[in-house]
Design a protein around this ligand. Structure first.
Ligand SMILES: *Cc1c(COP(=O)(O)O)cnc(C)c1O
Length: 395
């Protein structure tokens, strides 16, 4: 039988309903621990002789449902849920690296991933370099004998620059390196790096996977042998585990991922068209813009162009902040992928920790704002943006 399409698997997955009284939705196992029938069963569970749950930091049935579903969607062997995206990033990197190792990271990587790597370098002798990853030659030049990992985010926030995953994976294979992709901005609906040959995929499930702005969560999918080791070490002993109710919210969110992503992407396309013609808006950055430097790559690599747009407000920081304050439907907040359209000012918010010079070099000036399109009507979103632009520039 043909493997069901992603849209169908998002909804049906492989939930074993008969083991749960036929419950349509997965139950929430809100429990810290599991009672053994007898002491010998406890012994058998801990020794691994008998399968079963023991204690919710080591595993919980609701969390397992989410892990199985995400692994299936990313077409990987095994998934693990974490208390946050950073829980997943840190657990995977600490599992893969040992003192003295080196990782190459695509520049512009998520701020906390960057500060995690910085801390690991200063305290634990793990090394990294941020590089552009624009071609095989550029990557090849930076590979050292101690290099173990290529760590990639694509598209990058907020400049939307893409990295060619096929090229990165090919380069890694030639050099015996492990490829880790942060797939948060795309979700498995727009991009499935493991199918291209990447080794690990990481998500901040806080974003599109949840989709409703009500949970902080993370996940990683990769080879079973590695994931089992992560489960027994950097997950179990550091302890960034997901709670059962949060896992249930993610399972609920996943059911509508495809329809939500379609709307996020449609809204971004519609708002891009309006923004690029507005006289007070400059440098609109959107992967679906035929004039965008990575447009061809985006077309090839992503199913659609995503739900994010960055643009500059004519008039610098003052004007950008005034504009944000005039918005009514679009809310000023960091995060992305929620039902609500959200706008943020990278230079003073998500990228405030990056030194100004580096920030400017990355293309993040004080005029730049980043918009995450929500699920509202695009007409209403545009009306809101237009009135905010008009009132910003009327006085
Ligand atoms: C938000 C985010 C993270 C961190 O996830 P949390 O759930 O906030 O810990 C990591 N990577 C990317 C690309 C993100 O957007």
């Amino acid at each position: 039988m043909k493997k069901k399409d992603l849209e169908t698997r998002l909804i049906h997955g492989n939930f074993e309903r008969s083991r749960h009284y036929g419950s349509l939705a997965p139950p929430i196992y809100q429990t810290s621990t599991f009672v053994f029938d007898n002491a010998r069963q406890g012994e058998a569970r801990f020794s691994g002789e008998e399968e079963g749950y023991m204690y919710s930091r080591l595993g919980n049935p609701t969390v397992t449902e989410f892990e199985k579903k995400l692994a299936d969607l990313e077409e990987g062997q095994e998934g693990i849920a974490f208390a946050s995206g950073m829980g997943a990033v840190s657990a995977v990197l600490m599992h893969l690296m040992k003192s003295g190792d080196h990782v190459l990271v695509s520049e512009g990587v998520y701020g906390c991933t960057y500060s995690f790597l910085k801390m690991m370098k200063e305290k634990y002798n793990l090394h990294y370099d941020l590089i552009s990853m624009s071609s095989e030659e550029v990557i090849q030049r930076e590979i050292r004998p101690e290099t173990k990992i290529l760590y990639v985010e694509t598209p990058i926030n907020p400049t939307m620059k893409l990295v060619d995953l096929e090229m990165v994976i090919k380069t890694a294979r030639k050099n015996g390196l492990t490829v880790v992709i942060d797939n948060t901005f795309c979700s498995p609906y727009l991009q499935q790096p493991l199918k291209l040959g990447a080794d690990f995929v990481i998500h901040s499930a806080t974003k599109y996977i949840s989709g409703h702005g009500d949970v902080i969560a993370g996940a990683a999918v990769g080879p079973a042998e590695h994931m089992q080791e992560i489960r027994m070490t950097t997950q179990k002993d550091i302890g960034a585990v997901l709670g059962p109710f949060d896992a249930w919210l993610l399972l609920r969110g996943l059911k509508t991922l495809a329809v939500r992503m379609d709307r996020h992407c449609e809204n971004a396309a519609a708002i891009f068209k309006e923004l690029k013609d507005h006289s007070k808006v400059k440098n609109v950055i959107y992967p679906g813009d035929p004039a965008f430097e990575d447009f061809e790559l985006a077309k090839r690599q992503m199913k659609k162009f995503g739900g994010l747009i960055s643009f500059e407000i004519d008039g610098g920081k003052e004007a950008a902040q005034d504009f944000m304050d005039q918005l009514k439907i679009v809310k000023t907040a960091v995060s992305l992928g929620d039902a609500e359209s959200l706008i943020q000012h990278p230079a003073s918010m998500t990228h405030a920790i990056v030194p100004e010079e580096e920030r400017i070099e990355m293309g993040i000036n004080d005029s730049l704002v980043r918009l995450s399109l929500g699920l509202e009507s695009s007409d209403d979103i545009w009306e809101d943006i237009e009135q905010a632009l008009n009132s910003t520039f009327s006085n």
